[in-house]
Design a protein around this ligand. Sequence first.
Ligand code: ADP
Length: 687
Amino acid sequence: MRTTPSAPGTPAQRRLSSTPLRWSLWTLLLALVASLLVTLVWLAGRYEASQVQSKLERDTGDALGDIRSALTRNVQTLQALQAGTPTPASWSAEAQRLLREHREWIRLEWRDPQLATLAAADTPFRTPVFARLGRTNAQADVALACANARRISGSGYSASYFLPQSDGLGLEVMELCLPLVTAGQLQGYAVATYSLAEILADLVGPQLTRSQEVSLTEADGTRLAMHGAARRGSRIFTSQQLLDLPGNTMVLRMDSWRAAPDLFPNVLTALVTLMSIALVSVLAMLGKDMRLRQRVEHDLAEALAFRKAMEDSLVTGLRARDLEGRITYVNPAFCEMVGFTPEELMGHATPAPYWPPELAGEYQKRQAVRLAGEHAPPREGFESIFMRKDGSRFPVLIIEAPLINAQGMQTGWMSAFLDMSEQRRVEEISRASQERLQATARLATVGEMASLLSHELNQPLAAISSYATGSINLLRADAAADSGIGLAMQRIVEQAERAGKVIKSVHDFVRRRDQEREPVTPQALIDAIMPLVGLQARKLGVGVNTRVQDGLPPVLCDRTMVEQVLLNLARNAMQAMDQAHVRTPSLVIQVRRAPGPGSGGKDWLEFSVADRGPGIAPEVQQQLFTPFFTTKAEGMGLGLSLCRTVVEQHGGFLGFEPNTPQGTIFRFTLPVHAASTPSSALSSPTA
Ligand code: ADP
């Protein structure tokens, strides 16, 4: 049995597992996935930045809108302050009230057309800002704003300027001048001083400054005032928009920060990153799974190859059938046994192509029982006859077992087949040799006896012969007395010689010397025994009938021995009829062609001796051919034993059967002389 499995796997498998192609594919896939993920994260970051930027732009616009509308409302408030004809005292009181409401104003003034102050009020929220430097310092700015206002006939603003304070800090301020005109006549000016920082703090919505910084700068970027969260981060988003006021133009700037390091700026990026990590993990797991799978596949291929090698080396045929009786598997030994290819057998339902047609019905029934699961198949197997593709039949031993799958379910039947032809042949040979052995044993016993007899009989026979010859000579001298006695004496001599020959022949035969086989026609054999048979028949009153088929070929035999066999059978038959006192005893000796082809491809002739005696009792039948078995008082019991031995030595068969309506027929066969044809029968040497 082969123990080393052959190289496993299909060519495709081998190509994939052994070339670097698989690795480069994996590397390519990983690179693609990695670059896709990086791009995704980058895009998500970009998107998020643009979101932040556009929100900032919107916030800046909102803040600008807030400031503009508040400034416009403030102009209207100032106009309302001048409504009616206020006295400086009432004006001051009203201005004080307004200053409490508007923290962005730090001072309100009422001036005459020459810009002289008529009344003024300072914000209650801080110490008067002009206390240290004096208001006159700012006169130029106020004059500029008012000139501007006059020119455009509306409110005008001055450029902003820095106002240092006594606490070391200072504040950036800007003047608003509103000309007071009644019936086209300039009555004076309302001047309001704005703190830029307070504009940002009070006029811009608090939601805008909560998380970002808002500032006012000059066009060149110089920061004038600032308000809002001063958080720091790695990334700064900036948005700038112009605050265009009559007489003054500033830039409103908004800054927003992102915390650093900001890996997951928003949910989208986090999601993409998470998904990327998940994807990479899944890829890694897939890779691991694939390696495992490959190992398992490799092991499986090895196991398969091993199994195949094992199955191919089996001499036992294997066949599997499903529960419907269709063939699902056959091994090479089974195909060889029945002579069909696997393709011809696979999927084949009943009747199977290897069932002999005459037995198909019986097999079908047997299979129906098996498939119904009513009877388990015998453990030791059962014998059956199968048919090869060429039509020849052969015996098989079948051992069946249920086929159980991995889930423990029965999926069909697995059967093992042993071709029994060889075993049968061996049994046949051993039976034949057994028979030969028995024949030889018989022969040995008979031979021993025969050689004893021949030794003991030869001398008296020789004496009889010489006495008879002497008597004949004496009778010849007395010619008158020679009236038939001479002939009788001649017969005595002949028969004594014949007895001598028989004994010699038996002697030779049992010594297994090469017998002198010669072609003899059946008629010649009959003719040779007829005088002796006729003699006894006349004595016992038996009618003898011989029937020899026309055109029979000669047989190849030791003629003396075969004549002896015929004589023996005829003598037994006549004695049996005589003992039973049969009324019309008759003896039929017949020769014909043996029916059917004989063994060894030879043609055979069948000799039969039939009587109308009492037949043979069953207890006698069993011992008939045993040497020295006899039922007669003077019998030797050697005749039949010797007859069978002689016939078997010629390769023939001797047997008997009851005759109808009564009596016994003894038959034996002899081989036809091979060189002869039915039409070229040799002429009898004695004829
Ligand atoms: P023997 O003739 O010396 O008895 P055989 O061997 O020739 O020895 O025969 C054995 C026995 O077989 C006979 O004693 C006889 O009983 C029986 N027998 C043989 N031939 C016949 C026959 N044709 N009919 C009846 N019995 C027979």
